[in-house]
Design a protein. Structure first.
Length: 373
């Protein structure tokens, strides 16, 4: 067990250490307020989002970008509430807003929704976001200037939670900051493997060339990760992370532990279909490290594992995880969350293994629908 523990810890040190180094390699992008040129079609799939849409629509109305250079396409995925009415009541003069119905063709409602919108999109650049998000005022401007200064065909942009009033929310914020750190770090070491569809842009021609979600449309989630895998494989040098404060989208955390577990089961359900070898390796190493912590803790309590070695493992993991989250929290201006880091660090291995175990046997619910494993 000591040898296994040493190997797992060493791999974890190399992995997280590479993310820490990679994070610093991606330089912060600053706006120069140049003339706006890029045209965008912003796609927002939604289902029963009446509670969240007012905040999104308000943030859309505050966007500082020429109105004639972008459109907003809302895709209604058979909502059963007043979502459509809320959008229709929004002043049309604020933006070019269109509502279309989702055309269901596969087992993935969200992928169908995005595909439906892309088929009708007026502009070359597609950006997807979610109905429970708030957009920063220079969001599109940051994409525009970055595109003008690079040869980007695909852009992954930052996302965080805006509510840290309860421990559940702070736990999720720590988690998403670690994921964002790994996302940036992956791009920094030229091994991109993560993104979030709530802030994800790419050229429509690339989507068409790669036949969209063909090959993974049988999996309900993964509209972001699977498409990123395809794009990175096709044009790795044109895929970027936009590390810009003006591009940070904020979204809402899950409102209960049950909802959080269901969300993470949904995320875990797509991992078996990953084609990115580095992404799979990362998931395995992180899972093994969390398992090592839990298993050695119980063995130590049974006097079957040296307490000193367990302490070494915990200190190494504590330091590395903190370093990555600290860097990410600093970029997102959310360093106050670090006050909850220690308790989150203690709970996360148990939470991770719980979700992993459930994902093997259970399906999940998403937007009022049930999906089987």
């Amino acid at each position: 067990m000591l040898v296994i523990g040493f190997i797992i810890t060493l791999l974890y040190v190399l992995l997280i250490g590479s993310f820490v180094l990679g994070f610093d390699r991606i330089k912060v992008f600053k706006l120069e307020k140049s003339i706006s040129k890029t045209t965008f079609s912003v796609i927002v799939p939604f289902r029963n989002e009446a509670e969240n849409l007012p905040d999104l629509l308000e943030s859309i109305s505050q966007l500082k970008y020429p109105k004639h250079l972008y459109e907003i396409i809302f895709v209604d995925d058979y909502s059963e509430d007043y979502s459509v009415e809320i959008i229709n009541q929004h002043p049309k003069t604020q933006a070019d807003i269109t509502i279309i119905n989702n055309e269901r063709k596969t087992k993935s409602p969200k992928k169908d929704a995005i595909t439906s919108a892309i088929n009708l999109a007026k502009h070359e650049w597609i950006i997807t976001t979610d109905a429970d998000c708030r957009l920063p005022e220079f969001w599109l401007k940051s994409f525009d200037e970055f595109i003008q200064q690079t040869n980007a065909k695909c852009i992954v942009a930052p996302l965080t939670y805006h509510d840290d009033t309860h421990f559940l929310n702070r736990f999720q914020l720590l988690d998403i900051l670690s994921l964002q750190g790994a996302t940036v770090g992956g791009f920094g070491i030229k091994r991109p493997f993560l993104c979030n569809g709530a802030n994800f842009g790419y050229e429509k021609s690339i989507f068409k060339k790669l036949n969209g979600y063909e090959g993974n449309s049988h999996i309900a989630s993964g509209d972001d990760i699977f498409l990123l895998e395809k794009i990175v494989k096709s044009c790795p040098k044109e895929s970027y992370y936009l590390k810009c404060e003006d591009a940070i989208i904020t979204t809402k955390p899950q409102q209960s532990w049950q909802e959080l577990v269901s969300q993470r089961i949904r995320w875990a359900a797509k991992t078996s279909a990953y084609n990115n070898g580095f992404g799979k390796l990362t998931g395995i190493i992180v899972l093994f490290m969390n398992s090592l912590v839990v298993i050695t803790l119980f063995l130590t309590l049974l006097n079957m594992f040296p307490a000193k070695i367990l302490l070494y493992i915990l200190v190494i993991k504590l330091y590395l995880d903190f370093l990555l989250i600290y860097k990410t929290a600093s970029f997102f201006n959310q360093k106050s969350i670090l006050r909850s880091y220690l308790i989150g660090f203690i709970l996360y291995p148990f939470f991770s293994l719980h979700v992993t175990f459930l994902s093997v046997f259970n399906g999940y619910t998403w937007k009022g629908r049930t999906f089987k494993k």
